[in-house]
Design a protein around this ligand. Structure first.
Ligand SMILES: *Cc1c(COP(=O)(O)O)cnc(C)c1O
Length: 440
């Protein structure tokens, strides 16, 4: 075993990981470098990354424009605070994001950017802003939130409170606040959606006046295993929530920056959000950076003399980090220079065709929206056999990295992944599923 592998086993506590299994799986795969959409391990082996470094990578690794922007920023300053000071790159990025949001979500007025450094924090910030906003406009009885069943909004306690995945969240129940749960379908089936909407309507009629806001992962509930609903469902739900006086929070942490085929998933519906949480793809997948965008209407409720205590008392030490903001600005430059969105339909079609070509013996169904996909494995083995995990491990032996969510193998290529690479990722998942389930 390489010394880095034994040191990992001795000292690193991995996220979402049972270490008994991590150790039983043998020496961990240690990544040392990357190029484009390939990860390179300490032995120099290359792997096609089918999940874009946990859904973050956009234009590929070591993109010359983003690399150069970070290097140039290092020659100026790596970090300076936004508490009591402004900083050049955070100002530039805020203005750029405001223009981007106005272009893609016209009329929403999302012109205020609150910086943080993870998707969970961006959600936490959105929840606190929505709650405080309601308090400050006199809606003091609005103290809870509504969220979709099986939703995932991050791992801090506020975002866990609105999250609905029991496996992750149930042990923390005594620590978290109660959330009104709106059922959501796992596929955009019209009858299932109509049923969910009827229940949402009843819930809002009963509890709407107590609710401060509704938070949704628009169109795709990623961590739940790529559950999907139609734009029509989302639009109807948001419209009911708005009529009931709720602040609408779009969690675009996973769907933002081109993932669903449009810059933001919310462009596919007519109702505009009041708050938008962004993270994963924001810095191109380079550095931890998150933003909660707020409408000017929300922001105005926080103005007033200091003694009225309308201030948003929240902030993180590395808020608006200049290196991360420089990476994000460069990432947006690349979107323009390479016309990334225009190249998406071809890649989305390649993913669709590759999914359709999977042999059906071991695949129950596939779900896809843009470059987000879930391959649902079909088998009758007990959960203890961890079939999804074994399929992902088998894919590595064919040079492909994927990560399962239970029995759903997620395929989430970087926007830069070529159609040929996308086809290879999907074909390897199919071959790996056959290998594991046909028992070789
Ligand atoms: C990943 C994710 C988060 C949490 O982001 P972190 O950066 O991991 O804290 C929140 N919401 C959604 C929809 C996500 O996919």
């Amino acid at each position: 075993m390489h010394s880095l592998q034994s040191l990992d086993l001795a000292h690193v506590w991995h996220p979402f990981t049972q270490h008994d299994e991590w150790e039983a799986d043998g020496p961990p795969l240690v990544i040392e470098a990357a190029e484009g959409c390939e990860l390179i391990d300490i032995e120099g082996r290359r792997y096609l990354d089918g999940v874009a470094s946990l859904w973050t990578n956009v234009h590929g690794h070591r993109h010359p424009t983003i690399d150069a922007a970070i290097r140039a920023q290092l020659d100026r300053v790596a970090h300076s605070s936004l508490l009591g000071l402004a900083s050049s790159q955070s100002v530039r990025l805020a203005a750029r994001l405001a223009a981007l949001l106005e272009h893609h979500l016209p009329g929403a007025g999302l012109s205020r950017m609150f910086y943080s450094d993870s998707g969970s924090s961006a959600v936490e910030v959105a929840l606190k802003i929505a709650f405080q906003y309601q308090q400050q406009i006199g809606q003091t009885q609005r103290s809870r939130f509504a969220a979709l069943s099986e939703s995932y909004h991050g791992d801090t306690l506020g975002s866990v409170s609105v999250g609905g995945i029991d496996l992750f969240h149930s042990i923390y129940r005594p620590l978290i606040f109660e959330t009104a749960r709106i059922p959501a379908p796992d596929t955009p089936d019209p009858a299932a959606e109509a049923d969910c909407l009827a229940r949402a309507e009843a819930l809002l009629a009963e509890q709407g006046s107590q609710l401060a806001g509704l938070i949704v992962e628009p169109l795709v509930q990623g961590a739940a295993g790529m559950r999907m609903h139609s734009p029509a469902f989302l639009e109807r739900l948001l419209s009911m929530a708005r009529d009931a006086g709720l602040v609408i929070i779009a969690d675009e942490v996973a769907t933002g920056f081109g993932r669903t085929g449009t810059m933001f998933a919310m462009e596919q519906v007519e109702i505009r959000p009041d708050l938008v949480a962004m993270a994963k793809g924001l810095s191109g997948g380079y550095l931890p950076l998150a933003v909660t965008a707020a409408s000017e209407r929300i922001f105005d409720a926080f103005r007033g003399p200091y003694t009225r205590h309308r201030t948003f008392f929240h902030g993180h030490t590395y808020t608006g980090n200049p290196l991360a903001c420089a990476a994000a600005l460069a990432c947006l430059d690349v979107f323009e220079e390479e016309d990334t969105l225009a190249a998406l339909p071809q890649r989305i079609d390649a993913l669709r065709d590759a999914l359709a070509a999977l042999p059906s013996d071991h695949i129950g169904s596939v779900r896809q929206k843009g470059l987000m996909a879930g391959i649902v494995l079909k088998h009758d083995r007990p959960a203890a056999e961890r079939i999804g995990h074994r399929v992902a491990m088998a894919a590595r032996t064919h040079g492909v990295i994927v990560r399962p969510l239970g029995d759903v193998v997620v395929v989430m290529p970087a926007l830069a992944m070529t159609p040929a690479q996308i086809r290879r990722v999907v074909a390897v998942v199919g071959r790996s599923a056959a290998g594991v389930l046909d028992g070789d």
